[in-house]
Design a binder for this molecule. Structure first.
Ligand code: NAD
Length: 260
């Protein structure tokens, strides 16, 4: 068991990528805090993990709300006595051409992806530093942390921004043995992506099949979606890595869509 008795606080873990990471971490012995806007789904996911023999709690929290984030982290510490791993993963997608993006949607996107990452990082770091046993902070970036696509201005902007936050946390956290990394997945067929397929088809005036084949998977080496398993394997690598050698790094997991 690579994460035995570690406490992992994972945002947006009631669905998709975050949920798979929670399952893998629990299997590796971690105690899991599922923090999600959807409290009912967070608790249901925690119940699934417990039914499989793990330890988990589900808490409702909006990552853009300072008080809710602080309360969720307090609940985690009260339940499990500390925090060793943060996976800042909660996210949404809104697609429009720049000239049609409402300012409200722009701000909503930056709030979830960047304010959420900052608020959860700040709340968890205080505990990691005080505990004195190191820690791992993992941000869910995207190929869009490195590359742009049409219609996704705030998403691309925010995902690039996470790399800056990660590098800063890697430098500041080093003396506390806290590491920071970004995972940069290609397209993963979660609810977030299912929603985009018809939206992009409409905006680009092409079929849904064309969106999948010629927009989402066009640059991959094998025409395959990245899977939640692919991403969770990288999340385990970063969380369990035994030294500071990889801190500050981002890793693209995209079936060859984007190569560094
Ligand atoms: P998903 O829709 O399956 O899950 C996202 C979860 O985040 C949901 O449970 C949702 O309730 C939660 N959430 C949304 N807003 C929140 C908020 N304000 N506070 C707390 N929780 C909130 O999506 P997913 O595809 O698993 O995405 C997870 C992360 O992975 C996102 O950051 C996304 O940008 C990133 N990502 C996804 C893909 C992909 O192709 N699916 C690719 C690269 C990166």
């Amino acid at each position: 068991m690579q994460l035995k008795d570690k406490v992992a606080f994972i945002t947006g873990a009631a669905s998709g990528i975050g949920k798979e990471i929670a399952i893998v971490y629990a299997r590796e012995g971690a105690k899991i805090v599922i923090a999600d806007l959807n409290q009912e789904a967070a608790q249901a996911t925690a119940a699934e993990l417990k039914a499989a023999g793990g330890q988990a709690i589900g808490v409702g929290a909006d990552v853009t709300d300072e008080a809710q984030v602080e309360a969720a982290v307090q609940a985690a510490v009260a339940a499990f006595g500390g925090i060793d791993i943060l996976v800042s993963n909660a996210g949404i997608q809104i697609v429009h051409p720049v000239e049609e993006f409402s300012f409200a949607d722009w701000k909503k996107m930056l709030a979830i992806h960047l304010d959420g990452a900052f608020l959860t990082t700040r709340a968890c770091l205080k505990h990691m530093y005080a505990q004195g046993r190191g820690g791992s902070v993992i941000y869910m970036g995207s190929v869009h942390s490195k590359e742009a696509s049409v219609l996704k201005a705030p998403y691309v902007t925010a995902k690039h921004g996470l790399i800056g936050l990660c590098k800063t946390v890697a430098k500041e956290g080093a003396k506390h043995n806290v590491r920071a990394n970004v995972i940069c997945p290609g397209f993963v067929r979660t609810p977030l992506v299912e929603k985009q397929i018809p939206e992009q088809a409409k905006t680009l005036g092409i079929s849904e099949q064309d969106v999948i084949k010629n927009v989402m998977l066009k640059e991959t080496v094998d025409g395959e979606f990245t899977t939640t398993d692919d991403v969770a394997a990288v999340a385990l690598l970063f969380a369990a890595f035994p030294t500071n050698a990889l801190t500050g790094q981002s890793l693209v997991v995209s079936h060859g869509w984007f190569m560094q």
